[in-house]
Write a protein that binds this ligand. Structure first.
Ligand code: UD1
Length: 423
């Protein structure tokens, strides 16, 4: 198994440019299937989840080409409405093709989506949303068949502000006859970015980023050029890395206003955080102060995707921090791995209590999902000595060259096969 070797224990200093957001790029890529056209997506991160979305578009008959951070997506020849089971199984976001395929062809065939193992991740809200627009959903032999001779307008109340269900509802609604009002919609910035792209295609959408999104369907759609918004979770990852190790960082091409609860915890912990234009700066002097309690919540609350990262940053903070995970039922897989470095963490159901320790020691550990893998890496960077991290394929799913970015800050990270640190 491929491993990263890390010699930790040093502060980090430098500047990193933030990439486009994975969670915005994925629904935008799905949206290109709604209408046969040519789309230029700038600032599209080079990560395996994006490559998988591109594979789905190609399996449906489209073409995707990358030049640097720009993807050209040609969906004029898309003619299939079945997402192959093998591609569905590879990531959760494959379910986002449901709305566009149903909108374009009046039918979509999918199977259960895969993705990070974070407990139960049903798609009932997605199916319910399209059913309310007139689709008939049939489950047969593991396949989910959705059909609608014509989608119609409606007002729907999501039982939970699910990010993916809000996106699927917006995608299908763009092609319906009538107006769809989505209440209790997710308010994440990536929802606004999807709406921005759909409007660039010609759609009419109001209220994205608020709890009520209104889509006036049936507008003529066409080619679009769009720049994906900065990745707030990649931003949080670098901030937490420097907060945990000490040092200072300037992140360019990013927007701290998209992650205010994360910045608040870091400020309360003693870090100096400052946004100047599109640069976000953080200075951290150790030891940090623990943070009392952190509860994950839908946007604008503390993001569940930053829970493991912040936990890694606060392992050596003075005092205790209680983390409560309210979005996913099994999102503490990193805890056991962080304990390998000497972290003191007790879990009870959806909470984890971190008691700050003075030292972490090097360890061998593995991340079993994207953010867990990043959290383990952040712990290794703090531990003086040589650590080995496994499960790095998860990092590549969501981070565009995280190793390179951290190395540019002075971190000593190498692939095990070419491991050679200076004495
Ligand atoms: C998206 C993000 C993911 C992030 C999550 C929460 C993408 C590609 N992924 O995932 O990084 O962690 O938002 O911010 O954007 N649920 C149901 N039924 C459904 C749908 C969801 O019960 O039909 C539940 C889920 O099991 C989970 C909760 O709702 O407990 C939140 O899920 P959701 O907001 O849908 O997350 P994703 O869109 O999968």
């Amino acid at each position: 198994m491929e491993a990263l070797v890390i010699r930790g224990g040093s502060p980090l200093y430098g500047t990193v440019e933030i990439n486009g957001a994975k969670n915005a790029a994925l629904p935008i890529l799905a949206a290109t299937v709604l209408h046969g056209g040519v789309y230029l997506l700038q600032n599209c991160p080079d990560i395996t989840d994006v490559a998988m979305a591109a594979e789905i578009i190609e399996a449906l008959g489209g073409r995707v080409r990358r030049a640097g951070k720009t993807l050209t997506v040609d969906t004029r020849e898309v003619s299939a409405w079945t997402v192959p089971a093998e591609l569905m199984a590879r990531m959760r976001a494959s379910v986002l093709f449901l709305g566009p395929l149903l909108g374009r062809f009046g039918r979509a065939v999918l199977t259960a989506p895969g993705g990070c193992p974070l407990g139960k991740r049903p798609i009932d809200l997605h199916l319910d949303a399209v059913t309310q627009m007139g689709a008939v959903v049939t489950l047969q032999e593991g396949e989910i068949l959705c059909e609608a001779s014509a989608l119609h307008g409606c007002t729907m109340d999501l039982l939970f502000p699910s990010v993916g269900a809000t996106e699927n509802a917006m995608l299908a609604a763009t092609a319906c006859r009538g107006t769809v009002v989505i209440r209790n919609a997710a308010r994440e910035p990536e929802i606004s970015d999807l709406a921005g792209f759909l409007c660039a295609m010609g759609a009419e959408i109001c209220g994205a980023g608020t709890g009520t999104v209104t889509v006036t369907g049936g507008r003529p759609l066409g080619d679009a050029v769009y720049r994906v918004l900065p990745d707030r979770i990649e931003t949080a990852t670098y901030l937490c890395a420097v907060a945990g190790c000490g040092g200072s960082i300037t992140l360019t091409h990013t927007d701290g206003s998209l992650l205010l609860p994360v910045l608040e915890v870091l400020s309360n912990a003693g870090c100096r955080v400052e946004q100047q234009g599109d640069c976000l700066k953080l200075q951290a002097q150790l030891p940090l102060r623990a943070s009392g309690s952190i509860e994950t919540a839908p946007y604008p609350g503390f993001p569940t995707d930053a829970q493991a990262l912040m936990m890694a940053a606060l392992l050596r903070a003075e005092g205790s921090t209680r983390f409560s995970e309210t979005i996913f039922e099994r999102r503490f897989s990193h805890v056991e791995q962080l304990r390998r470095f000497g972290a003191e963490i007790e879990t009870a159901g959806p909470t984890a209590l971190v008691r700050g320790v003075r030292w972490l020691h090097p360890a061998e550990a593995a991340g079993s999902d994207l953010r867990a893998a990043a959290a383990v890496l952040l712990a290794a960077l703090q531990a003086p000595g040589i650590s080995r991290i496994y499960g790095i394929k998860h990092l590549h799913r969501g981070y565009d060259n995280l190793e390179g970015g951290l190395r540019s800050l002075g971190a000593e990270i190498a692939r095990e096969y070419d491991w050679k640190f200076p004495a």
